[in-house]
Design a protein around this ligand. Structure first.
Ligand SMILES: [Zn+2]
Length: 258
């Protein structure tokens, strides 16, 4: 088991390195698949293979560019570390589950990677990469079609439409302040992936997380009351928690009720 988790971490941090490239290039509208090598944002020096080892090269270079000594963005090691940890966590959860299959592992790792990209892009630029979100929805639709019985498949599709309708109503009522079209498409992905119950949990967790962080930021004086905070990171948070632990959380909640 430990070897699987270690392998998951190493592969994850390498994928995280790639996700950093996706995040930066999608914003600069550069070709994600172009083979030109990564370069320093300040001096444009092409990074050597040795500078591209996830996490380690950041530590070895003490967070500075080898050539111009300007500070490197903390985004790089944080995304690499988080992807590594989330890949290990995904393997750990799926290996001990009854529905374990290679297809399921790849499906979950794909969703986790895409959600890291959505999280960072919304946090940095207050934008949601809707093309990526729609591509994920399509993958979920495809995966569910082949893995779920038809009644559950229909339920998941309905959950997608209900969740996006719910966010559409919020956008209309608040005149688009705080939430936008991106959140509606993200809600569709969450619904179609999770089904009705787990989607309700994910959205609830997102609002709970959003409220707690907003209160914290106001208390720390980092935000004023009424100022908006990007919401997609909270939707991603709720989505992943619900993707991994919806069944135990919902069972625990039902036990508390009765
Ligand atoms: Zn440099």
């Amino acid at each position: 088991m430990f070897l699987y988790l270690l392998a998951g971490f190493i592969v994850g941090s390498a994928i995280g390195s790639f996700l950093n490239v996706v995040i930066d290039r999608s914003i600069r509208r550069e070709n994600i698949l172009a083979i030109n090598r990564s370069y320093c944002d300040h001096c444009k020096a092409t990074l050597r293979t040795f500078d591209l080892i996830p996490i380690l090269s950041f530590i070895l270079l003490s967070a500075r560019c080898r050539y111009c000594k300007k500070p490197l963005s903390w985004q790089y090691p944080i995304v690499e570390l988080s992807t590594g940890l989330l890949f290990s966590l995904t393997l750990w959860i799926l290996i001990s589950s009854a529905t374990f299959s290679l297809g399921l592992v790849l499906y979950y790792l794909f969703l986790v990677s895409a959600m890291i990209v959505v999280f960072v892009i919304d946090l940095k630029f207050s934008l949601i990469p809707t093309t990526l979100v729609f591509a994920c929805s399509f993958v979920s639709l495809f995966y569910n079609y082949f893995s779920l019985p038809s009644n559950l498949f229909v339920e998941h599709v309905f959950a997608g439409f209900f969740a996006s309708l719910f966010f559409l109503m919020i956008v209309l009522v608040t005149f688009g302040r705080g939430m936008g079209q991106g959140d509606i498409s993200l809600a569709f992905l969450i619904g179609i992936t999770l089904g009705i119950k787990a989607t309700i949990l994910a959205v609830f967790l997102a609002f709970l997380g959003g409220a707690l962080i907003s209160v914290l930021l106001i208390a720390l004086g980092r935000k004023r009351f009424g100022q908006t905070v990007p919401f997609a990171p909270f939707l991603v948070f709720g989505f992943l928690i619900s993707l991994f632990w919806a069944t135990p959380i919902i069972n625990w909640y039902l036990l508390m009720l009765y």
